[in-house]
Design a protein around this ligand. Sequence first.
Ligand code: PRX
Length: 649
Amino acid sequence: MAETHIESLLKEQRIFPPSPEFSKHAHIHSLEVYDSITKRAAEDPEGYWADIAAELDWFEPWKKVLEWDSPFAKWFVGGKTNIAFNCIDRHLSSATKNKVAILWEGEPGDVRALSYQMLHYEVCRFANVLKSLGIEKGDRATIYMGMVPELAIAMLACARIGVTHNVVFGGFSAEALRDRINDSKSRVLITADGAYRRGAIVPLKKNADEALSGAPSIERVIVYKRTGEPVNMAPPRDLWWHDQVAKMAGVCPAERLEAEHPVFMLYTSGTTGKPKGVVHATGGYMTNVYITTKWVFDLKDEDTFWCSADVGWVTGHSYIVYGPLLNGATSVMYEGAPNYPEPDRFWSIIEKFKVNIFYTAPTAIRSFIKWGDLWPAKHDLSSLRLLGTVGEPINPEAWMWYHKNIGRDRCPIVDTWWQTETGAIMISPIPGALPTKPGSATRPLPGVVVDVVDRQGKSVGTNQGGFLVIKRPWPSMLRTIYGDPERYKKQYWSEIPGMYFTGDGARCDEDGYLWIMGRIDDVINVSGHRIGTMEVESSLVSHPTVAEAAVVGRPDELKGQGIVAFVTLAAGHQAAPALKEELKGHVAKTIGGFAKPDEIRFTDALPKTRSGKIMRRLLRDLASGQATVGDTTTLEDFSVLTKLREEEE
Ligand code: PRX
């Protein structure tokens, strides 16, 4: 934990109450109703969560709602269920069976609409493919695909038969994929020949081939044909998706899984070391994601819901696939870039599909602002009734732009705070009940107990900055870090004993509204993607010319944060401009393009404490062009700082 005192400067006065029109039809339509739900959840949290879980289907009821052996939680102990069954089969006995479950648009403009019944058929067939290959309950499957319906089908097929899926974002490089396959010990890799992105093709199978050269746990590779580009197929390991499903029946019973059965794992960046496989459990995740989708997005049967995230991140897991389908909703999925072929692609999709609820990231909103008001203005966005954001703090001016230009001053905005680890939204307005303030995620949802505390775990006062913590277990909390329960304890439950440490700074105002101030650990939030400084440093140091590297974030108008790397070269290497480009390319190759440093600065030495720790605070100040304030007395060698400043000029 770096800083002890967190400065909070943002003061925002504007308040937007929900319109009577919106509230009238909302699930939670007034502050009174909201307060009574919150009160009930506070007084009887287990009863509260049990009632929500009971809205879903269970093969066998649970015996105990929560078993809390701090910091290890088990929810709905003894209960048996299946999340894929709840996402699909639960809807097949009503008219929902013929409702569109996934409404997909490819980047080239092709459209597919899969009804719940069709989704059932495809998921069962693919589950049977996995079974025919001997993949079974307890195994792990890595999924590395673009944004096609088959990605959701693969996830649901795994969940149906109790195979824990590990989706790796299609923007990751071969090396990052290899690490994630190896750490998860996956037996099967599900991928595609390629994916369309901004008019070009992402060579997924080619990357996968590179990854597989060092991934011995993989026995089979199933390849979905999306682009038709020639790819290398290595029999008998590699199989085409279409060849396999063609042989299978469209019926496959859903496994009766323990509530605690791990439904998926997803890698995320932490402060130190390699990415962590965050593990989520079936019953609790399902319950939490189901209710947050319904209440936060005020989701109704007639709504068309679009979350523009990538399924490779947790937002896509929870609010493109599982949350909407658990609610029997129509979920829009778009394959490509927001500015292809023109910067109004999103608005044309909203207009075409008559999207009612739209959920995106502040970084995307900042791009829309940059591209200009004329792009949304060209489109009829009157179908929209609710907007959402997630991934990083939204600055009030971006919030206002979103409200005016996309919401046309009509739509409430839900600023939702959560993490890969929390599984579901934790802090957010309930749009029919709570007035919103631009830039604030408002209050924790019912049943969620958060606080802003100091290092000792003591609540700081109103409007004081501090560490955001969660004080009670919640159903969709991560259960562990895959294969490393000690790291789970250390990372999340030891910084402030007895509380879940989020790694974020926050402030709580006089109305109990929370203002998230961003990460306080060594994690950079680039376009809403958490990137560990350690990972970028390791990547740089793996280059033969680099002796040492220190990576910090600096404010970036578009991306939220940009990456600056301070690099010392190994003896005999020259600090040439071409080498900077080579190093940037090296990071893109070893992690992925989204982690590429914006700037590389060569330096003879890095500022260190006497104990040898890199003083990142100083580098952060330098990187963002600020004067160094605060304590530098622990600096081992002052001349380093002077030199670094000179090198800048
Ligand atoms: O710093 C917070 C920021 O994103 C982090 C979680 O990142 P990740 O696990 O990748 O999940 C992103 C999508 C859920 C948080 O620790 N963050 C997320 N939402 C918000 C946010 N910061 C401010 N406001 C938000 N609404």
